[in-house]
Ligand binder design. Structure first.
Ligand code: ADP
Ligand code: AMP
Length: 226
């Protein structure tokens, strides 16, 4: 499927923390020319900027819990209404609860749109703990690295910005375990919800990055006809 052959590619990437949603979203966003919308990235920026929302979210995020649905809904409503979403979007990290899925349906309904596909990236919990320990990201552009499997070319600097990479405070092992617990309890029910709607594409995320991308692109090409 070339970018010219679809009308609006409205996608959600679903999967546990560390399954590779951000990594894949960045690649797919460039390939299809649609925005990558990460609620985690947006919330981290609010925290960095010390906004009222950031102040409320900071401590919740650091302990690995979810920010209240109503606070995140405002972010999504504003973001999906922007012009750059006209040909589609890739939501990464939203929705994360059954309530958020209902809010998303309402928002899309008001905009006269619908979700085309939800791509579920599966990775076993034990692999995730190892991945998170090595994850570093660029505070400037958000590019994600892994110090063993996808290291930066130059020591600990971002290949694109030259800025020093950082480790997220919520990537400490005890917080990762809590985030996985929260995923299984609050987010995993969405897998069945979207499966029952017939829009779930399940992808084995425990394969090299390029392989995962290839499976997603192929599945979108065969299931989404213009
Ligand atoms: P998420 O956005 O789902 O939290 P990320 O995309 O940030 O996950 O990936 C988590 C970590 O795992 C990063 O360090 C990333 O470089 C690494 N990673 C992503 N995809 C793969 C993969 N297919 N194989 C090995 N490591 C991966
Ligand atoms: P992520 O970058 O997707 O791993 O998200 C990091 C943290 O941001 C999560 O552990 C939550 O605290 C918060 N967060 C991100 N997206 C959401 C969301 N949709 N709902 C609630 N909290 C979120």
């Amino acid at each position: 499927m070339s970018p010219a052959t679809f009308r609006a590619l409205n996608l959600v990437l679903l999967g546990p923390p560390g399954s590779g949603k951000g990594t894949q979203a960045k690649i797919l966003a460039e390939r299809y020319g649609i925005p990558h919308i990460s609620t985690g990235d947006i919330l981290r920026e609010e925290v960095r900027n010390g906004t009222p929302l950031g102040k409320r979210a900071k401590e919740i995020m650091e302990r690995g819990d979810l920010v209240p649905d109503k606070l995140v809904a405002g972010i999504i409503l504003n973001r999906l209404d922007r012009d750059d979403c006209a040909r589609g979007f890739i939501l990464d990290g939203y929705p994360r609860t059954v309530e958020q899925a209902a809010i998303l349906d309402d928002i899309l309904g008001e905009l006269g749109r619908r979700l085309e596909r939800v791509i579920l990236i599966t990775v076993p919990d034990e692999v995730i703990v190892e991945r998170m320990a090595g994850r570093r990201s660029c505070p400037e552009c958000g590019r994600v690295y892994h110090m063993v499997s996808a290291p930066p070319k130059n020591d600990t600097l971002c290949d694109e910005c030259g800025v020093a990479l950082v480790q997220r405070p919520d990537d400490r092992e005890e917080v990762v375990l809590e985030r996985l617990r929260v995923y299984h309890e609050k987010t995993q029910p969405l897998e069945e919800l979207y499966r029952s709607r017939g829009i779930l594409l399940e992808v084995d995320g425990n394969q090299p990055v390029d392989t995962v991308t290839g499976v997603i692109v192929e599945a979108l090409a065969t299931t989404l006809q213009p």
